[in-house]
Design a protein around this ligand. Structure first.
Ligand code: HAX
Length: 434
């Protein structure tokens, strides 16, 4: 058994009695009440999921296993000559709740290295798709197609004990995570770089190898590490994490679950917003003939967007009520590495201009920027100007958190998810409408 798996097993044994006790002895204790606007309005704020991997406070932002983003970036072992932590070490933290030693990180890196090989039929499949297929469709198709590799399915068919479901799920998760950077970069090089594929360098860590396969020089390795960490998890209720959890609750394996997760991420109100931000900014730039707009010109453009019934991408959030710390972390990186980048300047003007306008319009509950407002700028700066690829990068990161959650879902025996629906007439009756 690998060291990570051993550590995880001891954590699972420790944790199980807590969940079992809550269900058995305290199962009838009420957690909040649900209103009609929550029933109709996308279950906003309904407390009906549980995860110990991350928690999103509306005013503070995300904590991964209790650590804020600055703490994660400071405490986890860093890649030599780099500023950012190993993605492998971050995954260790997500899975076990403990800060890894350098040795632990090396152990996880070795696990990923061993499992990196992508079957040839995946590349063949990608080549059969029309080249103008959206990269998220390519990514999701590749993952669904790999479902035949599932260790969980094979063990399930043999009749494995329910208690042990987490084990083959862990194997599937590591097998899949190890392959995602290569599949993502393959799609990129095939689609946008004249089909010049770069083979992996197994001596590198996950972020370093991804940058290598993308064909982009330093500090893009650190950009990748930062990107994967920041996008990994945002507690369980967001569309991608929730979709992954929901599909896995039917005991669908990791491949089906992560492919479904990606399909949820590909919506413009969720992960696709990072592409939409760049598309929107390009629209402003074209409109201005390439000149950086003044604040007044930018205000007009924002109002035009709102008045035409569209959202301003990269602003607002269903839970957060302040500037997203993931935005802040990317802004800090940009201030250090690309302070004079014209797109960064655009985004900076937007940071000043958009929130007061959203407040004045009076609809959005959160006028502040989210993670997607800043992320495309950094990618663009390092040459990834094909903005429809950005959500794939988000997807590689999000898979770290969602797979960690699914392993724990299985370990704690969470059941199939099945909320109850009511008809409109029933709601009218509850509301006392005649
Ligand atoms: N621009 C214009 N209007 C906005 C807005 C924005 N950025 N954010 C919210 N609103 C509007 C909503 O469309 C809604 O309008 P209606 O009453 O006409 O339906 C109203 O304000 C209330 O919405 P809310 O309660 O504040 O926000 P929701 O929880 O319903 O939605 C969203 C949250 C993130 C989907 C929303 O803020 C939005 O559409 N933002 C722009 C798209 C975006 O950046 N998405 C990425 C979010 C982060 C993420 O998940 N990344 O993956």
């Amino acid at each position: 058994m690998s060291k990570l798996k051993e550590k995880l097993f001891s954590k699972i044994e420790e944790w199980r009695p807590r969940t079992e006790r809550l269900v058995k002895e305290y199962g009838d204790v009420k957690v909040g009440e649900v209103t009609i606007s929550q029933v109709i309005g996308g279950m906003r704020g309904v407390k009906c999921l549980t995860t110990d991997i991350s928690y999103l406070d509306p005013l503070e932002g995300i904590r991964f296993r209790g650590f804020t983003i600055p703490e994660v970036l400071e405490k986890l072992p860093k890649v030599p000559n780099g500023e950012m932590p190993y993605v492998e070490g971050f995954f260790y933290l997500l899975l076990t709740g403990e800060v890894p030693s350098k040795e632990d990180v090396e152990d996880v890196a070795e696990e990923f290295r061993k499992r990196q090989h992508v079957p040839q039929y995946i590349f063949d499949l990608l080549r059969t798709l029309p080249r103008d297929t959206h990269p998220m469709t390519m990514f999701s198709s590749a993952i669904t197609a790999m479902q035949r590799e599932s260790v969980f399915v094979k063990q399930y068919e043999k009749g494995i004990n329910k208690h042990d479901y987490w084990d083959p799920t862990y194997e599937d998760a590591l097998n899949l995570l190890a392959k995602l950077p290569q599949i993502a970069s393959y799609i990129y090089r095939m689609k946008y770089r004249g089909d010049t594929i770069i083979t992996p360098d197994t001596s590198l860590d996950m972020g370093g190898n991804f940058a290598h396969m993308m064909g982009i020089a330093k500090p893009y390795d650190d950009v990748s590490r930062l990107y994967f960490v920041l996008h990994s998890d945002h507690e369980s209720g967001n569309v991608s994490a929730h979709t992954g959890h929901l599909v896995a609750s039917a005991l669908s394996d990791i491949y089906y679950s992560i492919s479904a997760m990606l399909n949820g991420l590909a919506g413009p109100l969720h992960g696709l917003a990072n592409q939409e931000v760049l598309r929107w900014i390009q629209g402003v730039s074209d409109h201005m003939g390439g000149k950086i707009p003044t604040e007044d010109e930018m205000k007009q453009f924002v109002w035009d967007t709102l008045n035409s019934g569209q959202v301003v991408p990269g602003f607002g959030h269903a839970v957060l009520r302040k500037t997203d710390p993931r935005y802040q972390a990317q802004r800090d990186f940009s201030l250090k590495h690309l302070p004079n980048d014209p797109l960064f300047k655009y985004v900076d003007v937007l940071y000043k201009v958009v929130p007061p306008i959203l407040v004045e319009q009076g609809k959005a509950k959160n006028p502040w920027p989210n993670v997607d407002a800043q992320s495309g700028v950094i990618q663009w700066h390092y040459g990834v100007t094909e903005y429809d690829f950005y959500t794939v990068l988000f997807g590689v990161g999000r898979a770290l958190g969602v797979t960690a959650n699914i392993i724990w879902d299985r370990a704690l025996g969470y059941p199939i998810e099945r909320p109850k629906s009511l008809t409109t007439a029933m709601l009218e009756e509850i509301a006392g409408i005649k």
